[in-house]
Design a protein around this ligand. Structure first.
Ligand SMILES: [Mg+2]
Length: 233
C-alpha cells in the first residue's frame, strides 16, 4: 500500500497528551489545599471519569465548550465533597499548566520528519480550536502540514463522517489513497475505515477492550520506527 496523502491524529499520536494532563493535574493538586483533602490518585480518577463523560456529552452536542470546561473541575470537586469556591480559577490554571507540559511522544518527531519528506501530510484532531492551534505552533507543524482540521471548526467530532469528508476533499485524492495514523480505535480507526480510508493504529495507548479490533486496521504499531519502515521501505 502506497498512500498519496497521510493524516495524523494529534493527541496521544504525536503529542503526549496523557503525560501533560497528568503532570498539569499534579501541579494544580499541589497548589490548591482544597484538592489535597483527598489523595492525588482519587482526585485524578474522579476528574478523568467526569471529563470523559463530559467529552461524550460535548460530542453529542448536549453541552458546549464553556460548560465542559467549567463543569469538569466543579463537578469532580462536588462529587468528592471538596470546596468548589475556586473551581473556575483551578480550571484555568490547569489549562496554563497543561500547556507547559506539552511534548512529542517518544520517537514521534523523528518519524513525522521522515514521513513528511515522502508524503504530503495533514492533521485531524478532536479538540478546541484555540488549544489545538497552540499545539500546532509549539510543535512547529505549521511549516510542514498542508492541512489542519479541528473538530470544533467542523462542528462535529471524529468519528463523524463529516470530519473525514471535509478532510478527503481538502486532500484532493481518492479515499483509498489516504492513510490515517491515530491512537483511538473509536475515533480514528473506525472513523477512518467508515470513510473508506486506510488506517495505521498506534497502539501504545490501547486498552484491553479495544485490542479485540486489532485486525481492523491496515497496519498497527507501538513504536514509531515501525511506521517509518512500513511507509518508507
Ligand atoms: Mg488521539
Amino acid at each position: 500500500m502506497k498512500p498519496e496523502f497521510i493524516y495524523f491524529d494529534l493527541d496521544n499520536t504525536l503529542l503526549d497528551h496523557s503525560s501533560a494532563e497528568k503532570e498539569a493535574q499534579t501541579d494544580i493538586y499541589h497548589s490548591y489545599p482544597e484538592l489535597q483533602q483527598v489523595p492525588l490518585d482519587e482526585w485524578l480518577s474522579a476528574y478523568k471519569a467526569l471529563n470523559h463523560q463530559l467529552w461524550l456529552s460535548y460530542q453529542n452536542g448536549m453541552i458546549d465548550r464553556q460548560e465542559l470546561q467549567r463543569t469538569r473541575f466543579k463537578g469532580s470537586m462536588e462529587q468528592l465533597g471538596l470546596d468548589t469556591a475556586r473551581s473556575e480559577e483551578i480550571g484555568s490554571n490547569y489549562m496554563q499548566q497543561y500547556r507547559k507540559h506539552w511534548n512529542w511522544l517518544d520517537g514521534a518527531r523523528d518519524a513525522f520528519d521522515a514521513i513528511r519528506r515522502h508524503y504530503p501530510v495533514g492533521i485531524i484532531t478532536n479538540g478546541f480550536t484555540e488549544t489545538q492551534q497552540k499545539k500546532f505552533e509549539f510543535m512547529g507543524l505549521k511549516e510542514y502540514c498542508e492541512i489542519f482540521i479541528i473538530s470544533e471548526e467542523v462542528g462535529v467530532m471524529k468519528p463523524h463522517h463529516k470530519v473525514f469528508d471535509v478532510a478527503t476533499e481538502k486532500a484532493g485524492v481518492n479515499r483509498d489513497s489516504i492513510l490515517y495514523v491515530g491512537d483511538s480505535y473509536s475515533s480514528d480507526i473506525k472513523g477512518g475505515r467508515q470513510a473508506g480510508w486506510k488506517t495505521a493504529w498506534y497502539t501504545a495507548f490501547t486498552n484491553g477492550m479495544d485490542s479485540s479490533h486489532h485486525s481492523e486496521a491496515d497496519f498497527s504499531f507501538d513504536e514509531f520506527p515501525e511506521l517509518v519502515s512500513f511507509l518508507t521501505a
